[in-house]
Design a protein around this ligand. Structure first.
Ligand SMILES: Nc1nc2c(ncn2[C@@H]2O[C@H](COP(=O)(O)OP(=O)(O)O)[C@@H](O)[C@H]2O)c(=O)[nH]1
Ligand SMILES: [Mg+2]
Length: 367
């Protein structure tokens, strides 16, 4: 993926607020005196989280995810201890990001693909990044009603979108949840997101393979799909190629095939493909998995797979540092005291913006 895409910073989206503890017997719930659950459940130690996750214990896995999702500083310390122990214990996995407009059939595809993968002996974990419950009218992503078979399968694990506070918070929670999945032996991780904003850039930045799910539009098929989103994809699947929709889907596929020819591929050494499928009927789904297999063989042999993962980790550290710096800058007392006046001077044309920024940064740098 391009540097440009990596560095685009998702900041404007609204997401649900994070919790400060209070789930699954974490310390917060007991101090608040919640009767249900809290008193019965012990707080797990780092070692208990680690052992439980490694043993594939679903209850402990769920509680470990709740722990990393907590914004409480004490939970964060414990979570980092657990993650540090689990990092080297992850299984070899493939992380597939799946994006597309609401209603394109992403969840239906995950249900069908996931069920097939289970039959092949894979352990399948599913999570979602839902950038805005206000846009989608509720948490439709990671919706278990579209994934009934998978949800009932003990070898599959479905976790809805984390609540965050910021998209950066959601990114952290999702990345760390993936570590937990892999330490618990889930070798296929599917991350659903909706292609309406910057969340797909975020999911691309943590996926090995990125799938864009579309439906044939009425008339102008390419309308409404940002070229930038198409350029993130390793494959475009035109879904709902069934019944009366078959011909339109095939036309759209052919059109994409032509367009893709002119776009920069998302992965070096891989030509982005366009396929048709019916997630509902299960048509073309084996072909999607075969294509991902082909991609993995190539990317692993050529080193692109490991390079991308390493690049993603490096970029992630940088993003965390930048976010931390921004937070500290905003919270810095001397900066806060001087900021308004300096900005006003710039606004009145009395001080160059560069000089004002330099003064603020100097104040920040002085402690
Ligand atoms: N005809 C047809 N309908 C589908 C197909 N895939 C999904 N749907 C339907 O489209 C609607 C939205 O599906 P869903 O998986 O929730 O879409 P998502 O919002 O992208 O996750 C549901 O009513 C599905 O039953 C398909 O391949 N063919
Ligand atoms: Mg969905």
């Amino acid at each position: 993926m391009s540097d440009d895409a990596k560095q685009r910073k998702p900041r404007t989206l609204h997401v649900r607020r994070g919790v400060d503890g209070g789930h699954d017997g974490l310390p917060g719930s007991r101090s608040r005196g919640e009767a249900a659950g809290g008193a019965r459940r012990r707080v797990l130690s780092a070692g208990q989280y680690v052992d439980g996750v490694l043993a594939g214990d679903r209850v402990v896995l769920a509680r470990a995810i709740t722990l990393i999702e907590s914004n409480a500083p004490a939970h964060q310390d414990l979570a980092q201890e657990v993650l540090t122990a689990l990092l080297p214990r992850r299984c070899a996995s493939v992380r597939v990001g799946i994006t597309g407009v609401p209603g394109a059939g992403k969840s239906t595809l995950i249900e069908d693909l996931g069920t097939r993968l289970r039959a092949r002996g894979h352990k399948v974990a599913v999570t979602a990044v839902d950038p805005s419950s206000t846009v989608t009218g509720g948490s439709v992503l990671g919706d278990k009603t579209r994934m009934e078979k998978l949800a009932a399968d003990p070898g599959a694990f479905i976790r809805p979108s984390p609540a965050g506070g910021t998209l950066g918070g959601v990114a952290r929670k999702t990345r760390e949840t993936i570590v937990l999945f892999e330490a618990a032996g889930y070798d296929v991780v599917l991350v659903e997101t909706v292609g309406v904003g910057q969340s797909e850039v975020m999911v691309r930045s943590m996926a090995d393979f990125f799938l864009l799910v579309l439906i044939a539009g009425a008339g102008d098929e390419l309308q409404g799909i940002k070229r930038g989103v198409v350029e993130l994809a390793d494959a475009v699947v035109i879904n709902k190629a069934d019944g009366t929709g078959v011909r339109a889907a095939q036309r759209t596929r052919a059109e994409f095939e032509r367009v893709l020819h002119y776009l920069r591929p998302a992965t070096e050494g891989w030509t982005t493909r366009a396929l048709t499928a019916s997630a509902l009927a299960g048509h073309g789904v084996d072909e999607i998995w075969a294509m991902i297999g082909e991609f993995l063989t190539k990317a692993r042999a050529g080193g692109a797979f490991d390079r991308r993962r390493a690049d993603q980790e490096r970029a992630w550290v940088r993003a965390l540092v930048e976010e931390g710096l921004r937070d500290r800058f905003r919270a810095h007392p001397q900066v806060a005291a001087a900021r308004q006046e300096l900005e006003d001077q710039v606004a009145r044309g009395e001080l160059p913006a560069t000089a004002a920024a330099r003064r603020l940064l100097d104040l920040f740098g002085q402690g």
